[in-house]
Write a protein that binds this ligand. Structure first.
Ligand SMILES: NC(=O)c1ccc[n+]([C@@H]2O[C@H](COP(=O)([O-])OP(=O)(O)OC[C@H]3O[C@@H](n4cnc5c(N)ncnc54)[C@H](OP(=O)(O)O)[C@@H]3O)[C@@H](O)[C@H]2O)c1
Length: 304
């Protein structure tokens, strides 16, 4: 298969492209910076500027499927300007792809689009599956809702469309685990808020496998990309501290202080989503990592 990847220089995109190449697929990818363009036998970069609806149409040549991951990072201060970037960059990327596919000859039959479990309303009691419609109305939920709506338009072009709502992706070098481990490894770990928030996590390697399976099977619809056993934050931190051989003795940090420190961005650590995937097992996807303790052990094994 020839696959066009957006967000190919990012955390997920880099690993996904390597996995696709290892499995003998050919990769085209879109980047916003010309210095990231490489032109190898099965790995070719092309320039786009989604803000201006500009895209090198050669990127679509002989492409069978697209994986659309691109969007401005959420790991920044949530100023008004950055929030606009976080929201608009995603919609612009989807719309630029949509316009190119609508207006030009192509052979794309399938598209996978990223989203996030942040679409679900924060709750310490609800359990969300792909059929749930309990969406939130905070900033991240709004971004996800608008982004998914933009991506569902591909169906109207006769392109089968999958939406992957990623959970908390665990990697030693990136994302939530990396940030929490920095604090816990200094012996400064403490529950954030009441500690009862659900954390629906997934091992990074499983994320790549799940995207790959969905792509290979060309399965459309919504997929919650989370491991089967979410935990509450206090359990997560307990297991992380134990893995790092550090104490977890400080009292909880009350939500109010976190909200004062982080503002709206406090939602990243205070919100609670207990999410299950019904669809991934249904299409035969098997997780390599289902238990948090063994996942952490695996991620930190090179440290032992
Ligand atoms: N990582 C997670 O835990 C997680 C969880 C839920 C959802 N997601 C979503 O999954 C997607 C991939 O995640 P990731 O962690 O791999 O993200 P990432 O490391 O931040 O990479 C994002 C990619 O998007 C591109 N990008 C950034 N701003 C852009 C813009 N204004 N216009 C066009 N492209 C832009 C960048 O490519 P260029 O170099 O070409 O600019 C970069 O490769 C993201 O959209 C993210 O929101 C991630």
């Amino acid at each position: 298969m020839k696959i066009l990847v957006t967000g190919a220089t990012g955390f997920i995109g880099t690993a996904l492209c390597s996995h696709l190449l290892k499995n003998n697929h050919s990769v085209h990818y879109l980047v916003t910076d010309a210095t990231d363009i490489k032109d190898k036998k099965n790995y070719k970069g092309f320039l786009w500027n989604p803000e201006k609806n500009e895209i090198d149409l050669n990127s679509l040549a002989e492409v069978d499927a697209i994986v659309n991951l691109a969007g401005h990072t959420i790991n920044c201060k949530w100023t008004d300007e950055n929030k606009k970037q976080i929201h608009n960059s995603r919609i612009n990327c989807s719309n630029t792809l949509f316009n190119a596919l609508q207006d030009n000859e192509h052979q794309v039959k399938f598209i996978v689009n990223a989203s996030a479990i942040g679409i679900y309303q924060s709750s310490e009691t609800a359990v969300y599956t792909e059929n749930s419609t309990g969406f939130g109305d905070d900033f991240l939920a709004t971004v996800c809702k608008d982004w998914e709506a933009a991506n569902l338009r591909f169906e109207g072009l006769g392109i089968k469309t999958a939406i992957t709502r990623f959970g908390l992706i665990l990697s030693k070098d990136n994302g939530v685990l990396h940030e929490l481990a920095k604090v816990v490894s200094k012996g400064l770990g403490a529950n954030l808020g009441n500690g009862k928030q659900w954390m629906s996590w997934i091992h990074f390697n499983d994320v790549i496998q799940m995207i790959y399976q969905i792509l290979n099977q060309q399965q459309n619809g919504i997929f919650n990309v989370v491991a089967p056993n979410p935990v509450r934050q206090n359990e997560f931190l307990k297991l992380l501290a134990s893995q790092l051989n550090k104490p977890l003795w400080l009292p909880n940090i009350p939500s109010i202080f976190i909200k004062i420190g982080l503002g709206e961005r406090s939602a990243l650590v205070l919100s609670s989503q207990h999410v299950q995937s019904v669809k991934l097992p249904e299409i035969g996807c098997k997780f390599m990592f289902t238990n948090l303790e063994s996942t952490l052990k695996d991620l930190y094994k090179s440290n032992e």
